[in-house]
Write a protein that binds this ligand. Structure first.
Ligand code: UDP
Length: 145
């Protein structure tokens, strides 16, 4: 096992529905170290850049519109195997296929409005973290919380 950092987002649907506290509770209970956290909002151009890999997909416009529709929380989560563990806690992209107890099973309301995001590779985690945080804003993992 190796220490990793991944980017997690609480998407606009979950923030609007008041699920932020329950999602952060699950993050802490997992446990992950929250190395950085901020409430922010993506504009259209930022959402397009964030999801550039999906530019050619039929759902791209809807996704960009949705992700820029309201406040989100961005977090850097650190811990042993943090990337895979966060994706497991999120559950499958399609909430109907997500395992019981996962965040998407609990809080998603459609395939697109699926409550949370997590990086899918360590390389993408680096790129995505840099979209939201400067290096100075990400606290080293060995400082106790
Ligand atoms: N999405 C969608 N329709 C689809 C597939 C994906 O609206 O058919 C949205 C959904 O919000 C998903 C995001 O696009 O979380 C990114 O898709 P990806 O395949 O990267 O899934 P993820 O890594 O978020 O599980």
């Amino acid at each position: 096992m190796a220490y990793e950092e991944t980017l997690a987002l609480i998407k606009p649907d979950a923030v609007k529905a008041g699920h932020t506290g329950k999602i952060i509770e699950a993050v802490i209970a997992a446990p992950f170290t929250i190395c950085a956290i901020k409430k922010t909002m993506l504009n259209r151009a930022m959402a397009e850049r964030f999801y550039a890999v999906h530019r050619e997909k039929p759902f791209f416009d809807d996704l960009v519109q949705f992700m820029s529709s309201g406040p989100i929380y961005a977090m850097v989560l650190g811990g042993e195997s943090a990337l895979l563990r966060w994706r497991e806690l999120m559950g499958a992209t399609n909430f109907e296929e997500a395992a019981e107890g996962t965040l998407r099973k609990r809080f998603a309301t459609s395939l697109g409005r699926n409550a949370v995001h997590g990086s899918d590779s360590l390389e993408n985690a680096c790129t995505e973290i840099a979209i939201f945080f400067s290096r100075q804003e990400v606290l080293p993992c060995d400082i106790p919380s």
